[in-house]
Design a protein around this ligand. Structure first.
Ligand code: XIL
Length: 388
């Protein structure tokens, strides 16, 4: 705790200079940008994130459908330069690849697989079994009646074998099960859990291993720093291991804000997860700078959709320097922890390429202007990146 606080203070002072210097450069870079051909990268090549963190961990981002369908998209090109691992933001979720019974749509997922291959990016599949972004038909028969355990297991098996099997040689790792835990560490009463029982998780990992025997298999969730949820995840990991079921890693989503969470708890979870013998992945990192209505900053429940209130959207005209400094300080503290434990952390993936297209502009309230990533709206690295 003490060490982190001290580190924080000294870096805040350093960061003021860095931020000022970089914002002074912006207009110059802006002029350069105009002269470049349309699809040329618009960023400085001085720092590439993947080189900056090469000694520590792989560094990744989520790629959207819009980006992957336009190979000239500047954000896709920027992502290809800066990151050495990609995760599809939505395009491998159940509703995207298997929207209707017996109907698979792989065009976007295939395009991403090909792009990643051609650019030497490691691809992480996201996600096979989740309660969100999964169509209702999955849990029902043709007449709309709920499936029984055996029927739903069959649906799960076919889906996992079709999707993970299709990319068995191309996808490095899968988030096999996403968000199966409640905040108190108990199992969420999703339709998966209600119909199949608690062992739907075991079954998903078994099918994933059968479909893609060389892929790493992960359990992924948000709020994994919370002691109760941490304990629930550890119980889960141990349960699978005791049964001899392959589980290689645990994903900590990391949708954070300026004052949430306490990073000491994040560190405690990294240490505790690593002690179970699995790899620790930071799978969906972003730090919102915006104020939140009470309790809404916490977690990443994608079903939240709160009406826009301007008091929660204060930076539409730009980010005040003191807020950027707070963001810098948060990132510095977090990366100090990640680097300290880099032997346990295989990958740090941001959830999005730039502030322009981050999902945070639309969650949990649509229409806000947020600044949660390392790359700004002009597709330039933020000044404090040097200090991470
Ligand atoms: C989000 C996407 O970023 C959004 O575009 C989509 O509308 C909802 O899902 N946890 C996860 C991710 O595991 O898949 C979610 O991604 C964010 C929270």
């Amino acid at each position: 705790m003490k060490i982190i606080k001290k580190f924080n203070k000294s870096l805040i002072a350093g960061c003021v200079t860095v931020v000022l210097v970089v914002s002074g450069c912006n207009s110059h870079q802006g002029l350069q940008q105009q002269a470049l051909p349309e699809i040329a990268p618009t960023f400085s090549k001085d720092i590439l994130l993947k080189n900056h963190f090469a000694e520590n961990f792989k560094i990744g981002t989520a790629i959207s459908k819009a980006q992957v369908l336009n190979s000239a998209d500047p954000e896709l090109r920027l992502a290809a330069e800066h990151f050495n691992t990609f995760t599809p933001e939505n395009s491998m979720k159940w509703e995207s690849v298997n929207p209707l019974p017996n109907e698979y749509q792989f065009d976007v997922a295939d395009a991403l697989v090909n792009f990643a291959k051609n650019n030497n990016q490691q691809l992480v599949g996201h996600t096979l079994v989740w309660h969100s972004q999964t169509p209702d038909w999955v849990f029902e028969d043709d007449a709309g009646n709920p499936l029984n355990r055996a029927q739903l297991l069959k649906v799960m098996e076919i889906h996992i074998k079709t999707v993970a099997g299709r990319y068995a040689e191309q996808i490095f790792a899968w988030d096999v099960v996403n968000e199966a835990l409640n905040e108190d560490g108990s199992l969420r009463e999703s339709k998966w859990q209600q119909i199949i029982g608690d062992d739907f998780i075991e079954q998903a990992f078994i099918y994933a291993h059968q479909a893609a025997p060389n892929a790493k298999l992960y359990y992924n969730d948000y709020n994994m720093f919370k002691p109760e949820k941490r304990a629930g995840a550890i119980k889960l990991i141990k349960r699978l291991k005791q049964k001899g079921i392959q589980i290689d890693g645990v994903g900590m989503q990391a949708h954070y804000s300026l004052d949430y969470p306490d990073f000491n708890e994040v560190e405690d979870s990294i240490v505790a997860f690593a002690a179970t013998g699995v790899d620790v992945m930071v799978t969906e990192l972003d730090i919102s700078v915006l104020p939140f209505p009470e309790n809404l900053a916490e977690g990443a429940d994608v079903s939240l959709d709160v009406a826009l209130q301007q008091q929660y959207n204060p930076y539409t005209e730009g980010l005040p320097i003191e807020i950027e400094q707070q963001l810098a300080s948060r990132y510095q503290n977090l990366f100090a922890i990640y680097k300290k434990h880099s032997e346990s952390i295989g990958r740090v993936t941001f959830w999005g390429v730039s502030d322009k297209q981050t999902w945070r502009n639309g969650w949990p309230m649509k229409g806000r202007t947020d600044y949660p990533l390392l790359i700004d709206r002009d597709m330039k690295l933020k000044g404090f990146v040097n200090s991470l």
